[in-house]
Structure formats: C-alpha cells, structure tokens
Write a protein that binds this ligand. Sequence first.
Ligand SMILES: [Mn+2]
Length: 353
Amino acid sequence: MENNNLDQLRNELDEVNIEILKLINKRGDLVKKIGDIKKSQGIKAFDPVREREMLDHIIEKHEGPFEYKTIEHLFKEIFKAAKELQEDDYRKTLLVSRKQKQTDTIVSIGDVEVGNGEKQMVIGPCSVESYEQVEEVAKAIKAKGVKLLRGGAFKPRTSPYDFQGLGIEGLKILKDVGIKHNLKVVSEIVNPKDIQVAEEYLDIIQIGARNMQNFELLKEAGKSSKPILLKRGLAATINEFMNAAEYIISQGNENIILCERGIRTYETATRNTLDITAVPVLKKETHLPVMVDVTHSTGRRDLLLPAAKAAIAIGADGIMAEVHPDPAVALSDSQQQMDIPTFNSFYEALKQL
Ligand SMILES: [Mn+2]
C-alpha cells in the first residue's frame, strides 16, 4: 500500500518536472520575442526595473512552503537563463563576426594589403628614440622587403618612472623615416584626443593591450579613416577581444587588424603565454585579419623564431616583432628586441616557409 503511494507520488513528481520544463521553455520563447521587438525599436533588451517588478509580483503571490529568498533565487536563475538566450542571438549579429560577413576583410594601407593571403611583417623598435635609430632599422627591414615599420612614441609603461616615449616628436620621426624609405608606419595612440593628430603622421593606428578596453579610445578609433591595429588585452578573453573590435567597427571603421600578443597565465618561463589557438579561433569567428606579436608574447629572443613559425603555420596573416640597432641600450624592452643581424636570419628562416 505504502509502496503504491510512493510510486504514485514519484509519477506525479515526474509530471511536474515536465510541466516546469515546458513552462521554462515557454518563458524563454516569450523573452526572445520581447527581445526581438525591443531590438527592432532600438531599445536594449534587459530592463532591471521590469525585472524588479516581476520579482515583486512573484513574491506577492508566494505562499510557501519555500522561503522567499529561495524563490527569489530560483526565479533570478530563470531570468538569467532567458537573458543569456537573448545575448546568444545578439552575438550572432556582431559586425565583426563571420556570421555577419563571410568573406575575409582585407585591410589596405596604400598599396600594402593585410589579410589577402600574403604574410606581412610589422617590424621596428619598441620605442622611437632618435631619427638615426629608427632609420637604421628601416633600412635593414626595407632591404628584406618588409613594408610596415613600427615604433612606439606614446609608451604605456608598467612603471610611471620608466621612459614614456617621445610623443608627437616620435610620430614625426616615424613619418619622416617612413616617407624616405617608402614604408608604412604603425604606432600606438593612448589618448582619444590624439587620434585625429595621429592621422597626420601614421598609416596604421595601434591600440595597445593595456588599452583594449579603453572604450572612449576605441570609439574615437572607430571614427578614424585610418586602419586600426588592435592588440588583445593581457587578461582578455577572445569574446572580450571581439567586443573591443566591435566598438571600433560599430563607429564605421571596418579596417581592423587583430593582434594576439600573449595573455597572462601562471606560467613564468615566458613574459606572457602566447595563445596560439586564438589565431584560428579569431579567423573562424571574425572576418578580420589576425597577426601575432612574437616579442611581447614570449619576451624571449630565443623563442621569437619558433613562435613566428607556429603563427604562420596556424594561419596568422602577419607577424609583429621588435628590432633595435643595439638592444642592450634600448630605452624599453631591451631584453627581447632583436639586433639587425638576428633579424636578418629571423627573416630568412621565415621566408623559407
Ligand atoms: Mn615593446
């Protein structure tokens, strides 16, 4: 008799579970429909005031046996699940995503193209220190056929007492050397108000790892007519990286080059951990060209070549590396820059691939 009763109750419980399941899914469908209407009206899907009203309404009707806070917790989880459903839909429509545009974006900098299948290199000193220093590197890389010259003028350094860069003076040097040796020039801008100024001097504006989520800077870059080289933040997920690029593209600038530069992990053998599989993930998820910065990811001269080989093999559109005429006396990153003879053999070894 007791066993019969137990079976019956269990059966009832199974039925209730299925009812709850159906209702949760029904609720999800409704939330999605509401989200779609809001999206078509340009309104944000999530509304915290409405969520509070719904919770209050539920608590009002609540009679037990559960405690209020248990019910509130359960419903918050159900709300959260439905919200994630809306976001999933939203992610599919990111402008940087492959779902939005199937063909590869090719970024043109005059007659130089990034993302057309040919591998490009961005080479130059960590910091612009003098005209002579930049020119020595420029001559060496030009001789090998490299088309893009880098050099830091505004340096976001870990310590405020470290060399902060030459600023606008550094951009001028870069531009003059670039024109003289027919190289396109790339440099980092750290302040939104400098973006317009930078357009006068630079062919590509870089947004560095420490500024990947400087949203005002990203928006300003999005209004620029110059291509943007966006580096991944030191602790950014691929999704956060894509959303940073979305800030740029949403303002109208679709000439974006993504650059994997290593992420912070518990490993100390290298300066950062090169997330090599980020390259194919980004190539699959977005339509943008992807480069790999081997200098800042490894922080070790002996790893530059193997890391660059891996990057090429896994499908990167280009390599970024730092070269200084005399790394030992460099004002920044002296441990990891290549001297010119080392760069020459680095280049020749990669060319064979
Ligand atoms: Mn550097």
